[in-house]
Design a protein around this ligand. Structure first.
Ligand SMILES: *Cc1c(COP(=O)(O)O)cnc(C)c1O
Length: 390
């Protein structure tokens, strides 16, 4: 076994062009030009124009959600989600996420309370939430990390028992479904990001989805300065509107997203096959339940003891071969200078997150990669193994 794996190591050469973590899906420029012509003719560039209206309808269908509001980006959308539910005081969240998740709480003058994560899904550990609730707690802000759904049932139960609101950050979970139900139909509000690095994008953009349609007027006032009509401004809103150029791009990218997802699925299978028997490398599977995944990321965990090299070593080594992996989500939010003073940020409170954050590595994944590129990346990874592993 040991001998076999040693002989399998090939000498690999660096890529001549850099391979980045992702590449945006882009429609044919001529098709976008047709859309731009429509916009030019309509003379409407933003504020609920025809592209925006159509895009909302198409997304409701695609995402299998009752209702939606579009935004200029996911972060503003999430800030508005907290405002619309009147969250205040303390909100329980995960430290293992992109900075935006905890920052939106700060922008709402809410104290983030970091809860440790589940070692298998890397999402907030629903069983630990209850122990973090105080009289100041008003909500839970959970993230479907790498597109793996949170324990939506467990989270809902705690929320109902304590009268808390639930907001999901689904920036990685576009098109994910649980038992044929759109991921955006769980909790009170779900945020999607349409940033260029996500599976689905509008260059910059985002959305909130929700079951309770009564939320729509408030959310839509909040993203448009609180303007109700020419005579009334009813709340201190912000400018969170998605413009017509973004919506038109979104309509075209939406037509391509399923094909992109399928292509990525094939590449994920190539990766998984190539990396199956490497000691110290674990391929992250997106959960065991029956659902559709976004295939936004391909993530591995590197166990330094078994692999003989650390995740950071591998990450640096890849760069020499023109491969730009990403350490999503390093550092933990609880280690940022603005949050590390919080009692919930202490390492003893977050043992799983502190272990996971040293091991995860996202490898390049986008439809334009060839299976042979993936095999080459895997051969590189094998060649990085340390002495201890051999
Ligand atoms: C990308 C991302 C965001 C931010 O979305 P923007 O549209 O870039 O503002 C928020 N949360 C997570 C988990 C993300 O990955």
């Amino acid at each position: 076994m040991l001998l076999k794996s040693r002989t399998m190591i090939k000498k690999v050469s660096a890529f001549t062009e850099p391979i980045y973590i992702t590449r945006p899906v882009l429609p044919d420029l001529a098709e976008y030009s047709v859309k731009l012509r429509e916009i030019w003719n309509s003379q409407r560039l933003t504020n609920d124009g025809p592209q925006h209206e159509l895009f909302e309808k198409e997304l409701i269908k695609f995402l299998k959600v009752p209702d939606i509001s579009l935004f200029n980006n996911g972060t503003i959308a999430l800030i508005v989600a907290c405002q619309s539910l009147r969250l205040s005081g303390e909100v329980i969240t995960t430290p293992f996420t992109f900075p935006a998740t905890s920052h939106v709480l700060s922008w709402n003058n809410i104290k983030p309370i970091f809860c440790d994560i589940d070692p298998s899904t890397m999402n907030i550990d629903s069983e630990r939430i209850e122990s973090m609730i105080t009289p100041q707690t008003t909500g839970i802000l959970a993230v479907h990390v790498y597109g793996t759904p949170c324990d939506v049932t467990g989270i809902q139960k705690v929320a109902e028992r304590y009268g808390l609101r639930v907001v999901y950050d689904a920036a990685h979970a576009f098109g994910v479904e649980i038992d044929d139900r759109g991921i955006g139909a769980f909790g009170d509000i779900t945020m999607f990001s349409f940033h260029a690095t996500k599976l689905f994008h509008t260059a910059e953009g985002g959305a909130l989805t929700y079951n309770n349609r009564a939320l729509k007027p408030r959310i839509d006032f909040l993203k448009n300065f609180g303007i109700k009509n020419q005579e009334e401004v009813v709340m201190p809103g912000i400018n969170g509107k998605m413009n017509e150029l973004q919506a038109a791009l979104g309509l075209l990218v939406l037509e391509m997203v399923e094909e992109e997802r399928q292509k990525r699925k094939v590449l994920i299978d190539v990766y998984s096959e190539c990396l199956m028997d490497i000691d110290g490398v674990t391929v992250i599977k997106n959960g065991s339940r029956v659902y559709k995944n976004s295939n936004q990321y391909f993530v591995i965990r590197i166990d330094e003891k078994l692999f003989g090299r650390s995740r950071d070593y591998v990450y640096e080594e890849f760069k020499k071969y023109n491969v730009f992996a990403r350490k999503y989500f390093h550092p933990l939010c609880s280690d940022y200078s603005c949050y590390k003073y919080l009692p919930s940020s202490r390492k003893e409170n977050l043992p799983v997150a502190n272990k996971v954050v040293k091991e995860v590595l996202c490898l390049p994944l986008y439809g334009g990669l060839a299976a042979s590129d993936i095999e080459r990346i895997c051969d590189m990874l094998k060649s990085f193994r340390g002495k201890k592993a051999l």
